[in-house]
Design a protein around this ligand. Structure first.
Ligand code: NAD
Ligand code: MG
Length: 389
């Protein structure tokens, strides 16, 4: 029987990798229901026609004419705006891939959660922003949350849930990004292009910058804490430049279980798509005779303040992760527009957290999604002011 699937963020790096697997799967294995994008109307139209989607949503309606022209006579329904994306997420499916980037993914992903089906979660920011509101919604709907972020997918694969107290710690691996060995003095002048040039992974622009600052690992620390119900003290971060060990779980008896694979997102995506079964993914196979070394080193919190800021935000709890995420999104946008230096990203995030603390918004727990969105907007405003000053 074919599985009905939807992809939120179909035109992005994760969305296209998901569709690549669908394209290669046995005919009829998957039936595409909904595809969404922000502004890439042309590409969304092509994908909708190729995969025979029932509905497409374009968040930014500016280019809707292009989409309408492409889909004339196809019978494919077109919806627009953020409400349109939520409507598409509400269409019944067996599996939804949440692959929008940033907090913009929160409302549509929560709508998909409400269906109680399988949810492949790539959009870590929505979990960072909403925390237990998100995990509670998952529990309430009975949805099955399948982490797609490679580290969390690795942990999901090796985590023994039958005896939670037997887990001693989770060890998140990080490639270290393009600036792993760059001296602090040089970091003052690195460019957008330097930062986008990731040594191992090929990803969207925002997560590539997050991988350069290590905010990606900070967001993942918070993501892991909520996903696996572990405190900050129970989650370690280790730099592993080859990105072959995707993460590890240590047990009280000293055993450490790891999941390994080539650095190709199609492995965790395939795992989520096929769960609880497995499906073929066209990835490079590990050749241990050739994989000459697997190196590990401690992260440097002086050159990468994102790690310290993220851990502090997780430990503060409340809205702190939400505020940190919003400030980071604004800072990354400014960096990509050449309005902010690389080191200015973490400085902006720290200054926003301090400004929010004096506004006494930090430690309050979010009580609703509306509240999360309100604080997100406040933090964005503070971060913009800090960048402008
Ligand atoms: P991307 O920038 O390549 O794609 C983002 C997608 O979201 C696009 O389809 C875009 O049209 C859509 N989008 C952007 N803004 C939107 C908005 N305001 N409203 C609606 N849709 C919008 O990003 P990506 O690299 O595919 O990452 C997607 C998510 O997956 C991120 O949360 C990222 O952290 C996570 N993730 C990505 C990778 C990776 O390898 N790319 C790995 C792990 C986790
Ligand atoms: Mg990751």
């Amino acid at each position: 029987m074919s599985r009905k699937i939807s992809i939120l963020g179909a035109t992005g790096s994760i969305g296209l990798s998901t569709l690549d697997l669908v394209r290669r799967a046995a005919p009829g294995a998957f039936d595409v229901v909904a595809l969404t994008a922000n502004s890439s109307a042309e590409q969304l139209g092509d994908l909708a026609l190729e995969f025979g989607a029932s509905i497409v949503a374009l968040a930014d309606p500016a280019n809707v004419k292009v989409l309408e022209a492409k889909l004339t006579g196809s019978g494919i329904e077109i919806v627009t705006g953020p409400e349109g994306v939520i409507e598409a997420a509400n269409r019944s499916a067996d599996f939804c891939m949440a692959a929008i980037v940033g907090a913009a993914g929160l409302a549509p992903t929560l709508k998909a959660v409400e269906q109680g089906a399988h949810l492949g979660l790539a959009n870590k920011e929505c979990l960072v922003c909403a925390g237990s509101l998100f995990t509670d919604a998952v529990k309430k709907s009975g949805a099955t949350l399948l982490p797609v972020d490679s580290e969390h997918n690795a942990i999901f694969q090796v985590l023994e849930t039958r005896q939670p107290e037997a887990v001693r710690r989770i060890i998140l691996t990080a490639s270290g990004g393009p600036f792993r060995t760059t001296p602090y003095e040089t970091l003052k002048t690195v460019t957008r292009e330097d930062a986008l040039n990731h040594p191992v992974w090929s990803m969207g622009a925002k997560i590539s910058i997050d991988s350069a600052t290590l905010f990606n690992k900070g967001l993942e620390l918070i993501e892991a804490s909520y996903l696996f119900d572990r405190s900050s003290a129970q989650i370690d971060i280790i730099i592993h430049p080859q990105s072959v060990v995707h993460s590890m779980v240590e047990y009280i008896d000293g055993s450490v279980l790891a999941q390994l694979g080539s650095p190709d997102m199609r492995t965790p995506i395939a795992y989520a798509l096929a769960w609880p079964d497995r499906m073929n993914a066209p990835v490079e196979r590990l050749d241990f005779a050739k994989t000459t070394k697997l190196e590990f080193e401690a992260p440097d919190e002086t050159r990468f303040p994102a790690l310290r800021l993220s851990r502090a935000a997780l430990e503060t709890g409340g809205h702190a992760p939400n505020i940190m995420n919003a400030a980071n999104e604004i800072a990354v946008e400014a960096f990509l527009d050449n309005r902010l230096s690389y080191l200015g990203i973490a400085q902006t995030v720290e200054a926003t957290l301090i400004a929010a603390e004096s506004a006494q918004t930090l430690s309050h727990s979010p009580d609703s999604v509306a509240n999360v969105i309100e604080i997100d907007a406040l933090a964005r405003r503070l971060a913009r002011e800090i960048i402008a000053s």
